[in-house]
Design a binder for this molecule. Structure first.
Ligand code: CP
Ligand code: NVA
Length: 300
């Protein structure tokens, strides 16, 4: 595999190989036997804000022997309208890999085509593959496996996070129940394309959470939608709080990719009760992405 552009285009063996290597990376942290990025420079091209993704990639690249180069949109000519394909053709001759956070999925795809270097999607409007790898790693650590588990995703049912989760469920076969307001559920054409009988989407939040082993949520307004605060009222019945979790499975996990808005998509009480899992999930970004970097750097 040369790039990580989406969960959609991965297979079940790809996903499990990333998770298995992430577990090794985590166990070997501080004591890596190989430095697969030695002598390499990897560019991080970000047109949206980031705490976890930026820091985990910068640290991970260094831990694997490479050098990160952070380029915000405003630092480079991309921000003044230079096309992504020209940016890709220039950087592709200078750096060894690119990690891109932006709006359009097509920009990441174009970069991978024109840059001819390993390209990683660090979040677009369509997918957040690196986050889903960290989430799966957390489930494996905490519950042993996702097999036979029910996962609920509550809130925006058609965001980058939910789309990536739906593809992960399709590939891995676990039950995924998405619940959100009707205006924010996956459209019928998407569900047809997904063609996954184990994935459901409805407005019925109680049914989605009933018996769930993992309850996942995310911001109601993703980056780029911050001004659309009138939508927040639609999401109010979909807050993850202890009342909602009453019918979840015994020993359930609560996941949140962060940043969290307490009192909106999750209550303060629920977030703090599940902070151990949620911050382990955040740490797992580092280990999962080191697995991605190592695999892409060493694949031909
Ligand atoms: N979860 C996540 O991607 O966080 P950042 O936006 O801080 O990178
Ligand atoms: N759906 C969120 C994820 C943040 C990590 C967003 O795109 O803003």
């Amino acid at each position: 595999m040369k790039h990580l552009l989406s969960i959609e285009e991965l297979s079940a063996p790809d996903l499990t190989a990333f998770i298995d290597l992430a577990i090794e990376m985590k166990a070997q942290r501080g004591n890596h036997s190989s430095q697969p990025l030695a002598g390499q420079t990897w560019a991080l091209i970000f047109t949206k804000a980031s705490t976890r993704t930026r820091v985990s990639f910068e640290v991970g690249i260094r831990e694997l022997g490479g050098t990160p180069m952070f380029l915000s949109k405003n630092d480079i000519q991309l921000g003044r309208g230079e096309p992504i394909k020209d940016t890709a053709r220039v950087l592709g001759r200078m750096v060894h890999g690119a990690i891109i956070r932006t709006f359009a999925q097509d920009d990441v795809v174009q970069f991978s085509q024109f840059g001819q270097i390993p390209t990683i999607n660090a979040l677009t409007d369509d997918e957040h593959p690196c986050q889903i790898l960290a989430d799966l790693l957390t489930i494996k650590e905490k519950l042993g496996s996702w097999e036979g588990r029910k996962v609920a995703f509550i809130g925006d049912g058609f965001s980058n996070m939910t789309i990536s989760w739906m593809w992960a469920a399709k590939h891995l076969g676990f039950e995924l129940a998405v619940a959100g307001p009707s205006e924010h559920l996956p459209p019928a054409e998407f569900l047809e394309q997904l063609n996954a009988p184990n994935v459901s989407a409805s407005t019925n939040v109680q049914a989605a959470v009933a018996g769930a082993h993992v309850i996942n949520t995310d911001v109601w307004l993703s980056m780029g939608q911050e001004g659309q605060t009138e939508k927040e009222a639609l999401f109010e019945p979909y807050q993850v709080n202890n009342n909602l979790l009453a019918n979840a499975a015994e020993g359930h996990l609560v996941l949140h990719c962060l940043p969290a808005y307490r009192g909106k998509e999750i209550s303060e009480e629920t977030l703090e009760q599940h902070a151990d899992t949620i911050f382990q999930q955040a740490e797992n970004r580092l280990h999962a992405q080191k697995a991605v970097l190592a695999k892409l750097a060493t694949s031909s």
